[in-house]
Design a protein around this ligand. Structure first.
Ligand SMILES: Nc1ncnc2c1ncn2[C@@H]1O[C@H](COP(=O)(O)OP(=O)(O)OP(=O)(O)O)[C@@H](O)[C@H]1O
Ligand SMILES: N[C@@H](Cc1ccc(O)cc1)C(=O)O
Length: 638
């Protein structure tokens, strides 16, 4: 196969069914059926190639717009790494695959990251393979670009925490991109490809010798030393470690890996990534030329087979500073860091002069639609119609439709619009049995829990405490039915060590939770500090295990926490009983169903004598409160 026919013809695109049937074929099974499935796949591939060729022709005749021109017109293209005409032609004739990488240096993406991701979202909707990469390996070195001082090394648990959170954030973005595509009238085609990858997957299993042989011999030190980042850090900054110096090699190797395996010929990044992209081009070419296995040589017919890239402009704040975590001005995509209301509000506050540019950059509306919105805006700027339109569209992309509707409603109401005027369908959405947890309505993913719970209590109680089960017994049921998962390595049964069981942070592998002994939970702790649990597809908890003292000091409580929920309920019921707001029967029933189940069956024994029921119940409840508080106090003094 000649390289460059895009992902459809590359190794990474063979569908599972075809692989399965290839296996069956090798074992001598059902030949006729196998051929028919293989042929079906090829037929689809051929149809997609034909459709692409027709599209290329339409673009040539000016009947359809070149996707590159559209990206350029909308303001996504700042600097090109490659010749413009080659890149335009590539967009026309090939389903050129593109990727954007982000290092998990923080526990959330921010609006700045969204900017380089937007072109790959657009490309996906137009039929180009689009990859998003989380730099689980590169983050361990830290990109030195434009820095005078080295990044603070991250603790392993923080890398895992950040990576897990970013992974689910990107997953959610992709799900919402599908919804945006539908919303804007794009019909999903068989040939659409998207992926979320982590460079740990290859770096964890990559021999140093392979890298050195392929690229180490060709890359010239002189060129690498002449890069501004290297010169500045060495002369004006705190010097440069070999690892930092090698960072662009790592990024370049990522590209090569995906170039060879998935046909990813293009890299996109923020404008600070220009140097890394240009080095990457050399690295990919060097790696391609140094193929030791003649059977694997990737053919280069013309410059249309070479890697290319471009950068997007930097999104800056009003003072011109780059938006990002280093500058401390980030608008986060995590709604627990930047609430949806504030996220929406950020876009509503954009100045009139910026709004058209932002509509082009951050929404999937046609330029005709944007013009319409701007006409409306210009007719009455005070209404901030364009800002609300922008805020709504970006919020819908990032947080989903229900949250966007709610944010719009809240903002409109704040500014005196009627509820009807602001309302849109889908507002009262709540996750329950009928509406399961989705990536958009999933509860907060990270939490802390005390060590004594994680190390000493049953997995059922832990699932309850993490909010993944309705009660401890529900947690036990989940564990019994293996319906919840823990971050771990499936199939690693040979070695029963914590190291072997703990999750490989790069691959987010999960294994079913079982009714193991309480002391077994610690086998799944990552670096002794992090436990990752999941129920269903999207309901994930990344639990940082803290000391009991630290937990108490945080003021948090968890469901099923001894003495907290129970005492509160007992007090409440006592108050209701004394105030005559509830009968003894109601209180008994209430406590029977909640406290008893959660707490301890022997604690509440109700008196037989019905006449003195209320009085005795009062005494009993008060005694229990006293008893628990006394125990609590002793615990604190220990
Ligand atoms: N404000 C921004 N505008 C455009 N692109 C951005 C912005 N911030 C980050 N990016 C791009 O997102 C990708 C990942 O960025 P990176 O991991 O360096 O995050 P960051 O928040 O910029 O980090 P830091 O603030 O520590 O430099 C890169 O391509 C980067 O150029
Ligand atoms: N170096 C990029 C992130 C990145 C990591 C690995 C890659 O392959 C690509 C990009 C940044 O810091 O912004």
């Amino acid at each position: 196969m000649a390289f460059g026919q895009g992902i459809l013809a590359s190794r990474g695109s063979v569908c599972r069914r075809c692989l399965l049937t290839a296996g069956a074929l090798a074992r001598g099974h059902v030949f006729v059926q196998t051929r028919s499935i293989g042929l079906k796949y090829r037929a689809k591939e051929a149809a997609a190639a034909e459709a692409w060729a027709e599209r290329a022709e339409r673009i040539k005749q000016g009947l359809e717009k070149n996707t590159f021109d559209m990206l350029e017109e909308r303001g996504y293209v700042k600097d090109l790494a490659g010749k413009k005409e080659t890149i335009r032609e590539l967009f026309r004739v090939k389903r050129v695959g593109a990727y954007v990488g982000v290092d998990p240096t923080a526990d959330s993406l921010h609006v700045g990251h969204l900017l380089p991701l937007m072109p790959i979202f657009w490309m996906y909707m137009h039929g180009y393979p689009a990859y998003s990469l989380v730099g689980g390996a590169t983050v361990k070195i830290g990109d030195p670009t434009d820095r005078l001082t080295s990044r603070e090394p991250l603790k392993r648990v923080d890398v895992t925490m950040n990576m897990t959170k970013m992974h689910y954030q990107l997953k959610k973005l992709w799900v919402n991109v599908e919804a945006e595509a539908r919303h804007h009238g794009y019909k999903k085609e068989w040939a659409w490809r998207r992926a979320l990858v982590n460079n740990n997957t290859w770096w964890n299993a990559l021999p140093f010798l392979d890298v050195m042989r392929r690229i180490g011999t060709t890359m010239r030190i002189g060129a690498m030393l002449s890069r501004d980042t290297v010169k500045n850090k060495m002369t004006k900054g705190d010097g440069m470690s070999f690892a930092e110096f090698s960072y662009p090699l790592m990024q370049g190797w990522d590209w090569w890996h995906m170039f060879a395996a998935n046909g990813i010929q293009m890299q996109i990044g923020g404008s600070d990534q220009y140097g890394n992209i240009v080095s990457g081009i050399d690295i990919v070419k060097a790696a391609r030329e140094n193929e030791p296995d003649p059977a694997k040589v990737i053919e280069r017919k013309s410059e249309l087979d070479d890697p290319v890239g471009f950068t997007v402009p930097l999104l800056t704040d009003s003072s011109g500073a780059k938006f990002g975590k280093s500058a401390g001005n980030a608008i986060w995509l995590d709604k627990f860091k930047t609430p949806v209301f504030d996220f929406y509000g950020y876009f509503v506050r954009r100045p009139d002069d910026d709004v058209e540019r932002l509509l082009n950059l951050f929404t999937f509306n046609t330029q005709e639609k944007i013009k319409e919105v701007m006409d409306q805006q210009n007719a009455n700027p005070a209404a901030r119609h364009a800002q609300h339109f922008l805020a709504y569209e970006v919020t819908r992309l990032v947080h989903g439709e229900a949250d966007a509707n709610q944010a719009r409603l809240d903002h409109m109401q704040m500014y005196g619009k009627s509820r009807e005027e602001a309302a849109a369908p889908g507002l009262e959405y709540q996750a329950d049995e009928a509406h399961p947890v989705t990536l958009n309505n999933a509860p907060r993913i990270d939490m802390i829990l005390p060590r004594s719970l994680i190390l000493g209590k049953s997995i059922g109680r832990i699932l309850y405490a993490a909010g993944l089960a309705k009660s401890s017994s529900d947690g036990h049921r989940l564990a019994n039915q293996q319906a919840a998962y823990v971050g771990g390595m499936p199939g690693h049964k040979r070695e029963n060590t914590a190291e072997a069981r703990a999750m490989n942070p790069s691959q987010l592998t999960f294994t079913p939770v079982k009714l193991w002994y309480p002391q077994d939970t610690q086998n799944y702790l990552i670096d002794g500090e992090l436990l990752i649990l999941r129920k269903g597809k999207h309901n994930v908890r990344v639990i940082k295990v803290v000391s009991d003292e630290e937990y108490k000091a945080s003021g948090e409580t968890y469901p099923g926490q001894p003495y907290t929920g129970a005492v509160r309920q007992l007090r409440d019921q006592l108050r209701r009983l004394r105030a005559g707001q509830a009968s003894a029967k109601e209180v008994t029933e209430f406590l029977g169903s909640s406290v008893e189940a959660e707490y301890n069956e022997n604690m509440i024994k109700f008196p037989e004598d019905r006449n003195s029921w209320a009085q005795k119940l009062e005494d009993k409840l008060q005694n229990m409160v006293n008893e628990i508080e006394a125990e609590d106090k002793t615990d604190q003094e220990k």
